[in-house]
Write a protein that binds this ligand. Sequence first.
Ligand SMILES: Cc1cc2nc3c(=O)[nH]c(=O)nc-3n(C[C@H](O)[C@H](O)[C@H](O)COP(=O)(O)OP(=O)(O)OC[C@H]3O[C@@H](n4cnc5c(N)ncnc54)[C@H](O)[C@@H]3O)c2cc1C
Length: 360
Amino acid sequence: MTGQYRIVVLGAGYAGLAAARRLRGAPGAQVTVVDARAEFVERVRLHQLAAGQRVTRRDLRATLERRGIRFVHGTAIGIDTAGRRLTLADGGTVDYDTLIYALGSHADLESVAGVRDYALSVATAADVDAMRPPHGRVIVVGGGSTGIEVAAELAESRPDLPVALVSSEEPGAWLSDRAREHIRTTLDRLGVRVRAGVKVVEVLADGVRTAEGEHLPAETVLWTTGFAVPELAARAGLAVDARGRVLVDEDLRTSDPDIHAAGDCAVITVADGRELRMACATAIPVASHAAAVVAARLRGAQPPALRFRYHFQCLSLGRRDGVIQFLRPDDTPTPRVLTGRPAAWVKEGIVRGAARVVRP
Ligand SMILES: Cc1cc2nc3c(=O)[nH]c(=O)nc-3n(C[C@H](O)[C@H](O)[C@H](O)COP(=O)(O)OP(=O)(O)OC[C@H]3O[C@@H](n4cnc5c(N)ncnc54)[C@H](O)[C@@H]3O)c2cc1C
């Protein structure tokens, strides 16, 4: 090979940007980031954007090029693994020596009838940008962290809207008793009507239908359960799991030795056999590690070992309340929880820290 070693990072979300940041200035290498969007919008603030709040947008080309990282604005539609080349929707191509695949995830619109046609999603910035503002009676489907955060944010920012949270499980079911109780109390205080133990089986033009056959009327349905990943990796012949997530080894290397993967699109298994969850809290450290492995290989050095553990999980409950759930190393909740305004401050600090991936 002549010239610089070409490292291409596909996806400028938390994972891709963390990897690019770690690799900038790697001797002898040119780092290129490719993304379908021209700007970075903090995904962990999309519930705020959906609730009508202002969220900063950062121009990717300006930010990356200031740091000596090339930016290509384009949607990847194919990976030729033998030719080490990405194909873009506009007909362009990007060649690589090493690819870091970090395409993230999006809402799963297919698992339940009517979601694609009638529900709104806060899963990606494109979803929220395309969304009509929530109006009338709002049903948020899903008691996971996204559903809880969206329901609380909407209820606080838009007290004119009646908001219900409908979930097959208790909201925050995986958290400690104290955290769950605080979520319930706060949702009550914000006027969110919680319907737990109710499974939505269809989204309709005028509400949702439950497994018991009940029709719950709504003018706006926000779908927050289930994330899917892009099919590009599977189509390129990389080994994937049943959900299409890329399988990686402890060096974040895929079944193709020239391609590493990190973030929501990858299945990352740690020493005790546990799969890491889809989270910004996973994407940033794991992608930085993938980049460190690539940098070490480039120097001919031994790649470092992945050392990862969760310390806490943070949920916002509007702008003035939240829950910080402290975790054991295996990601299970301890009884220790921080709530209220201090929790909101901690969460805000962590969200700002995560956005450093896009700062010079
Ligand atoms: C409302 C909401 C709140 C959240 N809150 C938290 C939280 O508090 N804490 C937490 O840890 N996690 C949170 N998450 C989850 C977190 O946002 C994701 O786990 C994280 O963004 C994953 O990072 P990523 O880089 O893998 O993917 P993404 O951030 O999704 O980035 C993927 C990038 O790939 C690009 N892309 C996709 N397809 C293509 C293509 N074909 N060609 C080119 N580019 C493409 C996209 O434009 C995007 O920029 C939240 C998620 C949501 C939706």
